[in-house]
Design a protein around this ligand. Structure first.
Ligand SMILES: Nc1ncnc2c1ncn2[C@@H]1O[C@H](COP(=O)(O)OP(=O)(O)OP(=O)(O)O)[C@@H](O)[C@H]1O
Ligand SMILES: [Mg+2]
Length: 494
């Protein structure tokens, strides 16, 4: 089960005559088996202790003649009768808060040259008392590699078969590859649990199960903070226009997932600039769907406000989580709010920008960034410089053709038949409208119609459209300014 490296690392600690080893992990079985292998190689006696079973020697010949059950008994035993041994203490963390136990451990550490006993304290979350730290080494069990994860998935599939009249689990290599990639970053126990979940009761692992697996993985990481897991995704078929952007993503999806070409870097991300309500958020969601990856959203508002003074640390933690969740899409919504040039924040926004740019250029994992911004004037020039993002797209007000598509999409979404409407006239009346404003007009029109106990009519819709002053009119100058800026620096989505 183990590759050489964790054995070698732990063995090196034991041989370095460190009396106490602290091991934060819930993988007890693995740790016990690791210790078994090391103790054989080093010709040490080995024991495990649990609160229910007391002290058990790995080799029955080493079992003490008297029973050693209680926590203080085992420490006494180690100090007085132990010799050339390794003791794995499970469930021991509560006793680390007790002064007597701490003293006993310290005595064991101080008398190490008399008995050569190493004590390994294993627990999911350990807090070693200060006074023991000088005698303590920390050891971390490495997470399973992709190959080991694959092995676990096959084991679990085999077990499922054994429980179900030797039936084979139905799946494809491609889905297994996706599943394995998604499970990397978890402990062996969690991989096993989620693989089991993916097989379900029906004995099928299919792509439709994967989003659920990813959600479960995110929950297992137990990190609530500035990242949120977005459950809602979108399809490009629900978006009017954006053909070029869609094509751009389609061409890259295979490289994102499989990194098939050594000479081609996997896609890193796009910056979407544009007019409000024209579909930037929708695109972030649709990108996740195209890449078949979970969508994590980083909320800059929360980043700044929720944990005052810990902004950069939280940002780094968010990036770390995204890497564990990789392959994934990381959506940085309204990025200008996080890193706009501000003069009154003691350089915090500069540092945030620095942290972000460093991570962007150094990260190794498949995390595709979709950053969105409305107010491009507030974006620092470093961010929009060529090479930061793979591409900067401008999300403009929809063209007449795209407005047409948007009307069709939103009418159909509400079970209205576009054939009942003069869509050309609607498109004309919606000149200068964003997708969001078109949608709002349909929704308000439906309310008015409902009040009259009628179905939405062409007239209701035209009335709504005429009553709306779109943002592009209210803020004409700003929109024009944005477009001018974008014309030389960005690529259109269509
Ligand atoms: N091109 C489009 N096709 C279909 N629907 C659209 C389109 N653009 C916008 N909409 C509708 O408007 C809603 C709001 O759009 P979205 O939130 O994606 O805009 P945004 O550019 O992110 O706006 P903001 O800058 O306010 O965040 C969408 O949920 C969708 O229903
Ligand atoms: Mg948005």
């Amino acid at each position: 089960m183990f590759t050489e490296s964790p054995i070698r690392d732990l063995e090196a600690i034991i041989r370095s005559r460190t009396p106490l080893i602290m091991l934060e992990s819930s993988e007890e079985t693995q740790i016990v088996s690791l210790t078994r292998q090391i103790s054989k190689r080093q010709q040490l006696k080995a024991f495990r202790w649990t609160v229910t079973e007391g002290l058990q020697a790995f080799d029955p010949d080493d079992q003490p003649l008297v029973s050693v059950t209680k926590s203080n008994e085992v420490l006494n035993f180690i100090k007085n009768s132990g010799s050339y041994s390794v003791f794995v203490l499970l469930d021991f963390h509560p006793y680390l808060q007790d002064a007597v136990h701490v003293r006993q451990l310290k005595d064991i550490a101080l008398t190490y040259p008399k008995h050569f006993c190493t004590v390994m304290i294993v627990g999911f979350s350990l807090k070693m008392p200060e006074e023991l730290l000088p005698f303590t080494a920390q050891f971390r069990l490495p997470l399973p590699s992709a190959e080991e994860v694959r092995g676990i998935v096959f084991d679990v599939a085999g077990e499922w078969g054994a429980e179900h009249e030797q039936r084979d689990v139905q799946t494809t290599n491609k889905v297994i590859d996706l599943l394995v990639r998604n499970l990397v970053g978890l402990t062996a126990t969690d991989v096993r649990r989620l693989a089991r979940k993916a097989i379900n009761d029906n004995g099928v692992i299919s792509e439709t199960e994967l989003p659920e697996v990813m959600r479960a993985k995110y929950e297992l990481l137990g990190r609530d903070g500035v990242l949120t897991f977005e459950h809602e995704t979108a399809k490009f078929s629900e978006i009017g226009g954006m053909a070029r952007l869609r094509q751009w993503l389609e061409v890259r999806k295979e490289f994102f997932l499989e990194h098939t070409d050594e000479h081609l870097d996997p896609p890193r991300g796009v910056l979407l600039l544009g007019v409000q309500g024209c579909g930037k958020s929708l695109i972030a969601k649709a990108a996740a769907a195209i890449f078949k990856a979970p969508l994590l959203r980083l909320d800059f508002g929360v980043l700044y406000n929720k944990y005052y003074g810990e902004t950069e640390r939280n940002l780094r933690k968010a990036f770390e989580t995204a890497e564990i969740m990789s392959p994934c899409v990381l959506w940085l919504d309204e990025i200008e709010k996080g890193i706009a040039v501000q003069t009154d924040d003691d350089g915090l926004s500069r540092r945030i920008l620095g942290t972000f740019l460093t991570w962007m250029s150094e990260r190794k994992k498949s995390v595709f960034v979709v950053a969105t911004a409305n107010d491009i004037m507030r974006l620092p020039p470093e961010l929009v410089r060529k090479g930061r993002f793979d591409e900067i797209f401008f999300v403009d007000l929809p063209s007449p053709k795209n407005r047409r598509d948007i009307f069709l999409i939103h009418l159909r979404k509400r079970s209205l038949d576009p054939a009942e409407f003069d869509v050309d006239a609607l498109v004309e009346a919606a000149h200068g409208f964003s997708g969001s404003e078109i949608e709002q007009a349909i929704v308000s029109g439906m309310y008015s119609a409902h009040a009259k106990r009628e179905l939405l009519s062409q007239d209701d819709l035209l009335t709504e459209l005429r009553q709306t002053r779109p943002l592009s009119v209210v803020m004409a100058e700003k929109v024009q300014e944005t477009r001018d800026w974008a014309s030389t620096r960005t690529v259109p989505c269509d």
